[in-house]
Write a protein that binds this ligand. Structure first.
Ligand code: GLA
Length: 388
């Protein structure tokens, strides 16, 4: 929604007066999938699909929530923030407010209207965008009203805690960090163990990134996600005995892995191999990007997808069909699922002047394979958060 339209809607809902705007981005992960919760390094970028919060302070200790995408609303009392975990809509916001309050921020009453252009269920992290935009809004009000001030990294960390501890969703730091720390035309190379990061320019020469939503309805995603995490934890527990120096599974190099892999078997061995090799691919991808070797980046994206398909088993028929279709197009250098998997989106590296043909081609092939169409998004790599 246009800025002026959103402000208008806000005033229609909450009354005339000044309106502030705070936004946080959705993300695409270029490579480094299912490694964040193993202490691995990831390479996401923030998108210009975002969640914008129109906001205004109020003086009665209540936070009122509404959105442009649903008729559901919620009202939170700042003295009872612990009690909104079961809300049908608004629990992400309540969770963020609760965690900020626990961390000593001054939570102010306010009216908030959410406008999220990150498509829900797209695997592009609409929930992280909502959380980080909420954290940004509440932390700004805290700082302006004599309370604690937050750094951008802290917004990411608190947002993730809200999702883990309040909403009961086990996720790593990838989404929230990209949402808060993303930078225009750059990817964020983030070590998820130490939270050290570096910006890597995304200069794809004659190519662009094309993001396509498989439109597969999500189901059972969370339980399978938790299962994978548990498998990685058990792999780590075994390998730690042989390699006491490792602090996380991602610390195992591919060479080291070959010397200890006999300690693991079955699915746990496959999962661990994915993590170790995916971490090596991230390093290779950054090297390729810095050297301008876009073809190499494309090959690494393909390998990442194959590993997520064969070893980690999180792709599913739809994401495989989507990326197979993409790869079979001449002018596509690589394609992979992005995010948690089991549905959601894929990202492909495509020659710029062939994107329209690419989209038509993939659309047709994908529809023939699964019976419905994907959705393509016109989006660019942008700054993560913005205050207007
Ligand atoms: C989801 C989670 C992230 C990360 C990815 C997989 O998006 O929220 O923390 O684990 O899956 O890379």
């Amino acid at each position: 929604m246009m800025e002026s339209e959103l402000k208008r809607k806000f005033c229609d809902l909450y009354g005339e007066g000044q309106v502030r705007l705070f936004s946080a981005a959705g993300r695409v992960n270029l490579i480094g999938e299912h490694v964040d919760y193993c202490g691995g390094t990831v390479l996401p970028a923030a998108l210009d699909l975002k969640c914008t919060v129109a906001a205004r302070l109020r003086s009665d200790g209540r936070i009122r929530l509404a959105a442009t995408t649903t008729d559901l609303t919620a009202e939170l009392e700042i003295g009872k923030l612990d009690s909104y975990r079961a809300l049908k809509w608004g629990n992400y916001q309540a969770g963020v407010a609760y965690i900020l309050q626990q961390e000593g921020y001054k939570i102010c009453g306010c009216d908030l209207l959410y406008d999220c252009t990150v498509p829900f269920g797209s695997g592009l992290s609409s929930s992280a965008a909502i959380e980080v935009a909420t954290a940004l809004t509440l932390a700004t009000f805290s700082a302006e009203n004599g309370g604690k001030t937050a750094k951008k990294e802290e917004l990411a960390v608190m947002s993730r805690r809200a999702e883990n501890e309040y909403c009961g969703v086990a996720c790593g730091i990838l989404d929230q960090f990209a949402s808060a720390m993303g930078k225009k035309d750059h990817a964020v190379l983030l070590n998820c163990d130490t939270l050290k990061y570096e910006y890597v320019p995304v200069d794809l020469k004659d190519c662009v990134l094309v993001i396509a939503n498989s439109n597969k309805p999500h189901s059972l995603v969370q339980s399978k996600y938790n299962e994978r995490r548990a498998e990685c934890e058990s792999a780590f527990a075994v390998l730690k005995k042989a390699l006491p120096e490792i602090a996380c599974l991602a610390d195992v190099t591919t060479e080291r892995f070959e010397t200890v892999k006999h300690l693991l078997d079955g699915k746990v061995l496959d999962r661990a191999r994915h993590v170790v090799e995916e971490c090596a691919r991230v390093k290779a991808a950054v090297k390729a990007m810095k050297a301008g070797d876009i073809a190499k980046l494309g090959r690494l994206m393909n390998e990442s997808h194959y590993s997520l398909r064969d070893l980690y088993e999180v792709t599913g028929r739809e994401l495989d069909a989507l990326t197979d279709a993409a790869r079979s197009f001449e002018g596509c250098l690589g394609s992979r699922m992005t995010g948690g998997g089991f549905g959601g989106s894929a990202v492909s590296l495509v020659e710029k002047d062939k994107t329209a043909a690419f989209e038509n081609y993939v659309c047709e092939k994908y529809e023939a394979a699964v019976g419905y169409r994907p959705t393509f998004y016109e989006t660019r790599i942008s700054d993560g958060i913005e205050v207007r």
